[in-house]
Design a protein around this ligand. Structure first.
Ligand code: ACO
Length: 436
């Protein structure tokens, strides 16, 4: 029976019991009503009108987007319609980057041109070295990266011209290309090693590994299994729709800041331990647990709310994070080359026990992308401080895809949420000597 025959309408009826008035608001695709449609609900004409209250945006869509689709209940993740499993298995990171940024998979010639463009932009201005040199010897790599990306905006003042598609595309190429260079520079600064400049005939991941790990040899060729594993990790981390850092990117972008400045803000959000800092916390947690035999005691502490099981739980996924499943498999491949990371046994035991415990099952807490990624990064030779940086490199693509979509969306304006004011009513100023 059609909607017309059944009398069903795509509207929502609301009765305001304060006034007895009825309202009808339209339901849009995706079971969405427009928050502004609530504003007509008023007690009297002087009233501001009804708003919705949604701390942490748990039930508020801030945009229409065509980039990434997540079905958290069923563990589905798709970029531009393509399942993450197929992309991780059959694609390369730069091919996925093109897909996210342009909306379609590239033809061979489009891909070749994109790879060439990204390769062409891998070098950074020499003054960036001085910037990195000015940090304290033990500076966290992510803090250095945030500053470096922010500083890049001063080298490319034309990036402010955010409404010009050609200018935007050049900045996008620059950011995708320069992130591995800056990350490798930050890493080598820490180690006190001479910087290695980009080798443009290498793949994106191989070039990154070369800039990080080449010491004392003329030619460095990473193990192809490790190169591919890094590329897969980059694919898995490339975008995740409206998460905390993507939303930060959009909010800053909505003020028409240049993409370098907006991305520095997104990176700062990613740095938080509840977001991109989680895999660093996972590793620290596994070290602290120290042995498989200590896992039950640790789980007891989590259930008593003394701490969180890092790498578990997700705002959107209420089943197994599909990225975690792919990473778990990739970890096995990497460990065949590097040798087994002993912390893996602790992680597997944590997962086994947690998935049997009512505390975790009833709250739909499953491993997220960060639970196993840190183990691979460690096996590849990265210190924990580099983990959020390794997340930021591929997520650059997602942030930029989201940013571009925002700029082109005629419905978007400068972001400006409302508040429910709960402070004092107007009161008169009292001079300090008269305050009790
Ligand atoms: N360990 C123990 N309990 C947890 C965990 C956890 N990791 N995650 C959630 N819970 C519990 C909460 O205590 C809460 O229980 P309650 O309802 O009895 O109070 C319930 O599960 C719901 O948790 P919320 O914090 O409300 O969930 P929210 O959606 O706000 O948070 C988050 C999601 C931040 C990811 C959370 O699960 C968490 O802190 N996980 C650990 C950090 C982590 O792994 N972050 C990486 C996320 S993936 C990413 O950003 C790439």
């Amino acid at each position: 029976m059609s909607d017309e025959q059944s009398g069903a309408k795509n509207t929502l009826s609301i009765r305001d019991n304060r006034t007895g008035r009825d309202y009808e608001v339209e339901i849009h695709e995706g079971d969405v009503i427009r928050a502004m449609d609530l504003r007509q609900i008023k007690v009297d004409e002087g009233d501001f009108g009804m708003m919705s209250y949604d701390p942490a945006f748990v039930n508020t869509a801030s945009t229409r987007s065509t980039v990434t689709y997540i079905d958290g209940a069923n563990g589905i993740l798709q970029y531009r319609g393509y399942p993450i499993e197929q992309l991780a298995e059959r694609s390369s990171f730069l091919e996925v980057a093109y897909l996210l940024l342009k909306g379609e998979l590239p033809t061979q010639s489009e891909l070749d041109a994109f790879v060439q463009d990204v390769t062409f932009h891998t070098y950074v201005h020499e003054n960036m070295r001085d910037l990195l040199d000015s940090f304290r010897y033990d500076a966290h790599s992510m803090g250095m990266m945030i500053s470096a990306v922010s500083a890049l905006s001063t080298f490319y003042p034309e990036a402010k011209n955010v409404h010009d598609p050609d200018t935007r595309w050049i900045q996008i190429n620059r950011l995708v290309a320069k992130m591995p260079t800056l990350a490798a520079f930050a890493y080598r600064y820490h180690r006190g090693l001479p910087l290695v400049y980009p080798e443009n005939e290498l793949s994106y991941s191989a070039n990154f590994l070369n800039m990080l790990f080449r010491i004392g040899v003329k030619e460095y060729r990473p193990n192809p299994v490790l190169e591919r594993a890094l590329d897969v990790l980059f694919i898995l981390h490339a975008d995740h729709e409206q998460n905390c850092s993507a939303t930060t990117m959009r909010v800053i972008g909505s003020a028409e800041a240049d993409p370098f400045s907006a991305m520095a803000g997104a990176m700062a959000a990613l740095y938080g331990p509840l977001h991109g800092g989680a895999n660093e916390q996972v590793l620290r947690m596994l070290h602290r647990i120290g042995d498989v035999k200590n896992v039950p005691e640790f789980i007891k502490g989590v259930k008593n709310r003394e701490e969180r099981l890092m790498g578990f739980g997700h705002r959107v996924y209420k089943s197994y994070d599909p990225r975690a499943a792919i990473i778990k498999r990739t970890a096995e491949e990497v460990f065949e080359v590097t040798g087994r990371n002993p912390l893996l046994d602790i992680a597997l035991e944590l997962e086994r026990i947690a998935l049997e415990e009512d505390f975790f099952v009833s709250r739909n807490l499953y491993p997220n992308v960060d639970f196993y990624s840190g183990l691979i990064y460690q096996a590849l030779g990265f210190p924990v401080e580099m983990f959020p940086v390794l997340f930021a490199i591929p997520r650059t693509v997602g942030w930029l895809a989201q940013w571009q979509e925002l700029i082109e969306d005629p419905e978007q304006r400068i972001a400006r949420p409302r508040q429910v004011f709960t402070g004092s009513e107007r009161r008169e100023f009292v001079p300090v000597e008269e305050r009790g």
